[in-house]
Design a protein. Structure first.
Length: 249
């Protein structure tokens, strides 16, 4: 019994410590390798209108929440002012009648009318505020503007007016031959050599490994995520996977 227990413990320890073997893909097993943005977003306005202010140019670095586009909004501003005045009037009316309400000098119907009037005025003011806010478009990410499709004074419909990409992190999309299947696992550390003009080796982690092979090409794909906090490395660069190993190995 003791012998069986020792063998079981040794086997368990061996399995727990087992790690994927390091893998250096030969050139013939790597069908393609390309550095892509981690996100690519087409930005559109929530509502159509006349572009009053375009706050970006192609190539600009924009941050999450930055204003990209403002549409002409004079009617919406006027509607907000009007609804805000109505809401303020309803609040003052409620305040004037508060003493009468406490002394039960108003009927239940009158009290309900006052409260409903004040609530509806607040809701209308909130609706007008939302309509005004919808005429300003903010950046959905921190990244680079790669395309601008609008100019000041131009009518903007609901089709995209800009394209943004996020370069931190970068996604390295790699296609490997079927012979490499099972050699790469999610979480492994990968060294990727980038082609000129970058010409440097970067380290990232495998985040996706296809679970099925493409029968037509006899291949599968993996994704390596590489940090790029300074945005110094561009996307669109060719690459080569140098090695893949267990994290920390």
């Amino acid at each position: 019994m003791r012998t069986i227990l020792v063998c079981w413990l040794l086997l368990g320890c061996s399995q727990a410590s087992a790690q994927p073997a390091p893998y250096a893909p030969p050139a013939q097993e790597v069908l393609s390798c390309l550095v892509d943005p981690s996100r690519r977003v087409l930005v559109a306005s929530a509502v159509p209108g006349l572009a009053r202010r375009v706050a970006f140019e192609r190539g600009d670095l924009v941050k999450l929440g930055d204003v990209l586009l403002e549409l002409a909004s004079e009617p919406e501003r006027a509607a907000l002012t009007l609804s805000a005045e109505r809401a303020d009037f309803a609040r003052r009316k409620m305040a004037r009648n508060r003493e009468m309400t406490r002394n039960q000098l108003l009927s239940a119907q009158e009290i309900d009318d006052l409260r409903t009037e004040a609530r509806l005025a607040e809701l209308e003011a909130n609706r007008a505020r939302v309509e005004l806010e919808r005429r300003t478009t903010h950046s959905p990410l921190t990244g680079i503007v790669v395309e601008r499709r609008v100019t000041q004074g131009e009518y903007v419909a609901t089709e995209p007016f800009a394209e943004l990409i996020s370069l931190d992190p970068l996604h390295v999309e790699v296609t490997l031959r079927a012979e490499a299947f099972g050699r790469v696992q999610v979480g492994m550390q990968a060294s990727v050599a980038l082609a000129p003009p970058v010409g440097q080796t970067m380290v990232g982690r495998v985040s996706i490994v296809d679970r099925a092979l493409d029968s037509s090409s006899g291949s599968f794909r993996i994704r390596v995520v590489i940090p790029n906090p300074n945005l110094a490395t561009p996307s669109g660069v060719g690459c080569r996977v140098v090695s893949v190993a267990a994290a920390g190995g």
